[in-house]
Write a protein that binds this ligand. Structure first.
Ligand code: PHE
Length: 449
């Protein structure tokens, strides 16, 4: 059918692309403060447990479905469950990806502005208020943030249009190692700052008294978002993985990289935050509001700031690419568009939606849905509803609907590889994972407090 379908040319390329999707803004700003707020080491243990016990089996299932289907998310379900309505789930995940990319583009645009600000030395000799003003004026500006957001989308589109091997694989293979080196350098620098011990303690000391039901759920939600599960991203990328690769190994490698970068980001950010007496609970604003302050009072801070915001941009870009590919693959394969036309359509469509998200910090801040701004609505609906829903549906489809032999064949490369844990995997997929996710879903909709 799709005779000349593009694919990842090497195992490293596949891992770089997949890990690139997983490692994103979620790891660098969200993980450190979530961990710190929810009992440090105690949160870490639970987070790692969920990642391995629930994230890994779902990731492996998405890989198996995607590589089996050899198509976009919509086509995969149409082929694997012919005559059923499962293709609607494929469609839902494509819509979820478009939604996430819309608001992800807003924050990614901010990271580009901050690379520019860092290069132009804008944080030099700034007071804390000055840095706050810079941020607030920027995000509420009538067009500045929009220009950066649109530029970010165009860069993402330019990589996508070049194809899977020559675009996605080529660029993620370059960006991921650089990202890894930068986060290690920043980690070393931060942990040698005076008073850094406090930050490391915040991250690693297991304070079980801070662990509540809510934090257990946060750990599961964080694991889900961070691993890019449940929205057709891993499924679409997996359709480009060669039939000879070992899917179980790849999922383990992607998960290890994602967790490692999250921990390294914690090591890079928290000691600096403590060493300069900043409140680690500043949340999402932490990176944009407090880190420039940290960098400007650090020796050679000018360079560290540039490095840090480049790191953030790379992390955002490799995730954005994976989200855009979900939509583009659908348009190319189902709507028979050329890759160029599909990319232009997607970039403009999502770029336009994203403009509303971006402007909701400024001119459109009074437009509210149930009290949430446009940006927050997009974030809430996709992260808290569509994403867990996608996860449950993957479990139901792979665990209950699909013939077990198909999963087994795909994971074992038609019996050529041994997969000792198949029973355990199938058990988690059928029972443990969907129930756990159902609980988060109820919680995030406020039904379970
Ligand atoms: N995993 C990415 C992060 O940690 C975000 C993302 C979610 C990317 C869903 C793709 C799909 O930031």
């Amino acid at each position: 059918m799709h005779k000349t379908r593009d694919s990842f040319g090497s195992k490293f390329g596949a891992i770089a692309a997949l890990a690139g999707s997983a490692v994103g803004l979620g790891n660098i700003w969200k993980f450190p403060y979530e961990a710190g707020n929810n009992g440090g080491g105690a949160f870490l243990i639970i987070y790692i447990f969920f990642t391995l016990a629930i994230g890994l089996p779902i990731m492996l299932s998405e890989f198996a479905l995607g590589r089996r289907g050899q198509q976009n998310a919509f086509g995969t379900f149409k082929t694997l469950a012919p005559g059923s309505k499962w293709y609607l789930f494929g469609l839902l995940s494509i819509i979820a990806a478009a939604f996430i990319l819309s608001f992800y583009g807003t924050v990614s645009g901010w990271t580009l502005e901050y690379v520019w600000l860092a290069i132009s030395g804008a944080f030099h000799h700034q007071t804390a208020e000055g840095i706050h003003d810079t941020f607030n004026t920027f995000i509420s500006h009538p067009y500045k943030a929009v220009i950066w957001q649109v530029s970010f989308m165009v860069i993402t589109g330019a990589i996508i249009v070049a194809g899977v091997k020559k675009g996605i694989e080529r660029y993620t293979k370059m960006m991921m190692p650089v990202l890894f080196v930068i986060v290690i350098l920043l980690g070393i620098r931060a942990s040698t700052l005076p008073g850094a011990g406090e930050g490391l303690k915040f991250l690693f000391y297991p304070d079980f008294s801070k662990l509540t039901g809510q934090s257990v759920l946060s750990a599961l939600g964080q694991a889900f978002f961070s691993l890019s599960l449940g929205m057709g991203v891993l499924l679409t990328y997996a359709s480009y993985i060669r039939k000879t690769e070992n899917l179980a190994h790849i999922s383990l490698q992607v998960i290890t990289t994602d967790t490692l970068v999250a921990i390294l980001s914690g090591i890079a950010i928290l000691p600096a935050v403590f060493s300069f007496g900043i409140d680690p609970q500043a949340g999402p604003g932490l990176v944009f509001l407090t880190l420039p302050q940290v960098f400007q009072s650090m020796p050679l801070g000018y360079f560290w700031a540039i490095l840090f915001f480049i790191l953030l941009t790379f992390a955002a870009l490799t995730s954005a690419i994976s989200l855009m590919e979900v939509v583009v693959a659908y348009l190319v394969e189902e709507k028979k568009m050329s890759r160029l036309k599909a990319t232009i359509t997607t970039t403009s469509g999502i770029g336009l939606l994203g403009i509303f998200c971006t402007l909701s910090f400024g001119p459109l801040q009074n437009i509210r849905f149930f009290g949430l701004s446009i940006f927050d609505t997009f974030d809430f609906v996709s992260s808290n509803i569509l994403l867990p829903l996608g996860g449950i549906l993957i479990c139901i489809f792979a665990g209950w609907r699909l013939d077990k032999s198909i999963l087994c064949d795909e994971i074992s490369n038609e019996g050529r590889l041994k997969f000792k844990f198949f029973r355990l995997y199938a058990f988690i997929l059928k029972y443990v994972a969907p129930i756990c996710i159902f609980v988060i879903l109820l919680n995030s909709m406020g039904i379970l407090k």
